[in-house]
Design a protein around this ligand. Structure first.
Ligand code: MG
Length: 165
């Protein structure tokens, strides 16, 4: 078995011209919020942290090395392409998902109403069943950048198991 850890944070800003925020995309869902992540791609912290957890478990280069943020091909990119590449590498290396546990931290919007949909979307990308995917939403108790609504972060722990023939 292989264990992996992923972490990501993106600044949240209003859309242009007030700021540089993109639409609030999380796990591929648009949550319709007055601020959104600043990022070279679509800024999806959840998919970025999951991608890095898989790559970390495999001992492969992280998302920033595989998909450099100065590459114009990734400007505004759908982060699903990063996750799909990590899953492709996982399968190619002979692994399947054991389970994944995720914590998303932001003050607003609330994550809990979206947890079931996020879990089922992730299970699809990870080619696994929903019962192997766990997602928790938390606030940062109004302190520091995350608590003041200026950032969102995600923490991920993943276990990969060898594919049994
Ligand atoms: Mg990121």
């Amino acid at each position: 078995m292989r264990i992996g850890h992923g972490y990501d944070l993106h600044r949240l800003e209003p859309p242009p011209p007030e700021g540089s925020g993109r639409p609030f995309i999380l796990g591929g869902l648009n949550l319709e919020h007055p601020t959104g992540p600043v990022g070279h791609s679509d800024g999806d912290v959840l998919l970025h942290a999951v991608t890095d957890a898989i790559l970390g478990a495999l001992g492969e280069p992280d998302i920033g090395r595989l998909f450099p943020d100065d590459d114009p091909r990734h400007d505004g990119a759908d982060s699903a392409i990063f996750l799909e590449e990590a899953v492709r590498r996982m399968s190619a290396r002979g692994f399947t998902l054991g389970n994944i546990d995720i914590t998303i931290i932001c003050e607003r919007p609330r994550i809990s109403p979206h947890v079931d949909e996020l879990k089922s979307r992730l299970a699809g990308w990870l080619k696994t069943s929903v019962d192997r995917v766990n997602i928790k939403g938390k606030t940062h108790e109004k302190v520091d950048a995350v608590g003041e609504g200026r950032a969102i972060e995600a923490h991920v722990v993943i276990l990969l198991e060898p594919i049994r023939e």
